[in-house]
Design a protein around this ligand. Structure first.
Ligand code: ATR
Length: 269
């Protein structure tokens, strides 16, 4: 019998998750379906409730519902608690488990696929929204020395306070970055989606630095800037997308799919 899964967001038409999970299912011989569902901005909880009622086994949650998704599960994994956001739900009998696989996906892509070890590196995180929250603790746990910059400084300060018990974060406004440099800069803002560039100063990359944009499917102004500034590595978020999906698939199915063939296939599309 086919088990049903979905990704819920708004907008959602652009989502590559159905293709990725279809490849995982084929590769591992798991009998699942996976579709993209558009939820009204004021109707997210109802959509999840409906899926559960109709026998779905789980779902992924994407923008803008990752914070709201924390209120639905009966239990949150430690990763979801630490991220203050949920991107994966598993319906498990009477339980609803909420997890967050974004951070694990990012670290796997940076450290395993891109072979850039984070321990002891000076990492600058751009943004203080849901995407940023999901990756702070995994970056700290990977041993990075973490700084955060955000257009609205108060939101970066709020993020710093939320994680103060887990580790120290240096919080900056963009003008304060003048003269500083970092080994890795991760763009967790939504600026790329609107073709905008976070106002980074020149010479911000150290030699050998990695520029990582969590956006995928396009060369963002941040990636273009990083190439102009001679960052040694420039990556988009496709690898993270596939890695976080693999982690969700593992939570649901207990089987870990191979990610590299899927990343390669998605890139060639
Ligand atoms: P998400 O859940 O995807 O993180 P979000 O909560 O709307 O989305 O957060 C978007 C982030 O991108 C915010 O940190 C936002 O900065 P503000 O808090 O100042 O709004 C950041 N952002 C969006 N466009 C930006 C731009 N052009 N330059 C810099 N930061 C930008």
């Amino acid at each position: 019998m086919t088990d049903h899964y979905a990704v819920i967001g708004n907008p959602i038409a652009h989502s590559k998750s159905p293709q990725i999970h279809a490849m995982f299912a084929q590769q591992t011989g798991q009998d699942i379906s996976y579709e993209a569902i558009l939820a009204p901005l004021d109707g997210f909880a109802e959509v999840v409730g409906q899926l559960r009622k109709t026998g779905y086994k789980g779902c992924n949650i994407t923008v803008p519902f990752k914070f709201a998704a924390c209120h639905i599960p009966t239990q949150l994994t430690s990763r979801a608690q630490a991220a203050y956001t949920v991107n994966t739900i598993k319906f498990d009998g009477t339980s609803i488990i909420g997890d967050n696989t974004d951070g694990a996906g990012l670290i796997a892509d940076i450290e395993v696929n891109l072979r850039f070890l984070l321990k002891g590196r000076r990492v600058l995180l751009l943004g203080a929204g849901g995407a940023a929250y999901g990756i702070v603790l995994p970056l700290l746990e990977a041993g990075a020395t973490l700084s955060v910059v955000n257009r609205t400084l108060a939101k970066a300060q709020q993020l710093g306070a939320a994680f103060s018990a887990k580790g120290h974060l240096d919080i900056y406004s963009y003008p304060e970055l003048n003269g500083l440099s970092f080994d890795c800069i991760i763009n967790a803002t939504s600026s790329g989606l609107s073709g905008e560039m976070p106002p980074l100063p020149p010479r911000i990359f150290t030699p050998g630095a990695l520029a990582y944009d969590m956006t995928y499917g396009q060369e963002t102004p941040f990636m273009k800037f990083a190439r102009e500034q001679r960052a040694a590595g420039v990556a988009d978020g496709l690898g993270m997308l596939v890695e976080q999906a693999a982690e969700s698939f593992y939570l649901w199915r207990g089987v870990r799919p191979g990610t590299l063939p899927v990343i390669t296939a998605m890139r060639s599309k």
